[in-house]
Structure formats: structure tokens, C-alpha cells
Design a protein around this ligand. Structure first.
Ligand code: SAM
Length: 252
């Protein structure tokens, strides 16, 4: 059954209205007809089973049949702060991280970030990242679409780390503590559904010693993801999976 995230304003208690590319996909690609059922979500925690009423003039109107229980969102929010990697690796991080269960992605620039990011010229990249998150969330049957921030400067990222209940500075040199210990201690801090944990991942060239010191001074905790050196696009997936596993979100 097709599922679509639609703007909250297009989902009322009784009707769902699908427009734009999603309506085009339904009408032209899926050849949907009145009477067929679809799932619509506002991406903020409301999800309905709806029956298509009309499919004309590029808009699909559907009658809400049933409000569906939300079961696909992890209780604990995991935010992946990712130093902007080369090429389209961030798209892979967003797609796979959304499938696994991340709630937010915060790209940032650090000393050894190789790519340059010019907000004026590249705002459309953020739109593309958000589209990837939406499509990955639809494919994964998530109830919410992860938030994608615009890239932050290093100092701004450290400020954002304060919004989390715990921020894990992923550091492959021996100074990092065991991730499992850090996760278990963090999970004790607050009820799971109130908990926000951040993973901070460096670029291909890693973090500088100074960034480690600045992150620890800002209250971040250096953690190891094991004795192997992971690619920048792998590291966040490992940390995310460990956190969700430890908090009982990976099945069973
Ligand atoms: N310094 C690495 C090297 O020697 O190749 C390069 C950095 S690694 C490719 C990219 C980022 O992934 C690191 O900055 C770190 O955030 C994370 N990372 C990779 N392996 C890790 C590990 N074993 N423990 C903690 N973080 C790791």
C-alpha cells in the first residue's frame, strides 16, 4: 500500500489532500482510482488509512477511514551530527540513518572538512537532503520524517550539542570511553521518550586535538566505536545502531 507524508495542513480528522509530486505519482505512475486505500502521515505523529475520493486536476482527495497507531518511531531521539563529507556520502548517511531510526541530521563544517559549503549557492542541496529523508522515511514506514538542518559552523554545532541530553564525540584515538558505558549512563538520565542523544562524526580526515578539547569543554563525551577505523559515512550508522539496540529499539 502506498504511503505519503503530506503537510500537516493537508491532513484533517476526516480528509487527506495529496498534491504536487506525490499526487502525480499516485495518479500517473500508480494509476490510483477512487475507492483504493492509501496511508497518509503528517510526519509529525499522525498517520491515517484513507480511501481515495477524487483524483482530478493534479490533486488527490481521500476520506480518512482510520487513525493508525504509531509504532515505527524510536522512543529515544538520536541526532547524527555529521561533518560534511565529500561527494554524495551525506545522502547515504541520511538515507541509511533514516531507515535505522535517526530523528535528526545536523551537517557541520570542521577544521578538516574537505568540501566547501556556500549557503547562498547551495541551499538547494538541503532541499535534496530533505527529499531523501522523506523518501527513506516513506520506504521504512516511519511515522515521522527526520529533521535535516542546514550546515552549521563548528562553534554553532557545539551550541547545538547543548540541546541534547548527551553528546557523544566519536573519536577513534584511545581517549574515547566505551560507547556501551556512555549509552547506558545516558539512558539513565531521563525517560526514553524524553531523551535526545547526539552523535558527532568527523570528516574523512578526522578531528583535530583542538576540536576534541573544545568538544569536551562544551560537555561532549569522547567515545570509541571500537578498534577499527570506520569511514565517515559508516561511523554514525554504527553509533546509531548501538544506541537503538541498547535502548531496545531493534526488534524483540
Ligand atoms: N582519523 C581517521 C583515520 O585515521 O583514518 C579518519 C577519520 S574517520 C575516517 C571519520 C570519523 O569517523 C572520525 O572523525 C570519527 O568521528 C569516526 N570514527 C571512525 N572510526 C571510529 C572509531 N573506531 N571510534 C570512534 N569514532 C570513529
Amino acid at each position: 500500500m502506498q504511503r505519503y507524508f503530506i503537510p500537516a495542513g493537508q491532513l484533517t480528522d476526516t480528509e487527506a489532500t495529496i498534491t504536487g509530486e506525490d499526487a502525480h505519482h499516485l495518479i500517473k505512475v500508480m494509476r490510483a482510482r477512487a475507492g483504493e486505500t492509501i496511508i497518509c502521515s503528517d510526519g509529525e505523529g499522525r498517520e491515517v488509512l484513507a480511501e481515495i475520493l477524487t483524483t482530478d486536476s493534479g490533486t488527490v482527495r481521500a476520506k480518512v477511514i482510520e487513525h493508525l497507531p504509531l509504532h515505527a518511531e524510536p522512543a529515544v531521539q538520536v541526532w547524527i551530527a555529521q561533518s560534511l563529507p565529500k561527494g554524495d556520502k551525506l545522502e547515504t548517511v541520511i538515507q541509511k540513518g533514516t531507515e535505522i531510526g535517526a530523528s535528526r541530521f545536523i551537517p557541520f563544517l570542521s577544521a578538516r572538512t574537505i568540501v566547501q559549503y556556500d549557503e547562498r549557492k547551495e541551499a538547494k542541496r538541503v532541499d535534496r537532503w530533505r527529499k531523501i529523508a522523506k523518501e527513506a522515511a516513506e520506504q521504512a514506514h516511519r511515522n515521522k520524517v527526520p529533521q535535516i538542518d542546514s550546515p552549521l559552523a563548528w562553534k554553532k554545532l557545539l551550541q547545538a550539542a547543548n540541546e541534547a541530553d548527551a553528546a557523544f564525540f566519536c573519536y577513534e584515538k584511545p581517549s574515547g570511553s566505551q560507547l556501551r558505558t556512555a549509552i547506558r549512563e545516558a539512558l539513565e538520565q531521563a525517560p526514553r521518550d524524553k531523551l535526545k542523544l547526539m552523535l558527532i562524526i568527523g570528516p574523512e580526515g578526522g578531528f583535530t586535538e583542538q576540536e576534541l578539547q573544545e568538544a569536551e569543554a562544551a560537555g561532549c563525551r569522547a567515545v570509541s566505536l571500537g578498534a577499527r577505523i570506520l569511514r565517515t559515512e559508516t561511523a554514525g550508522m554504527v553509533g546509531l545502531t548501538c544506541i537503538l539496540y541498547e535502548s531496545g529499539e531493534m526488534g524483540g
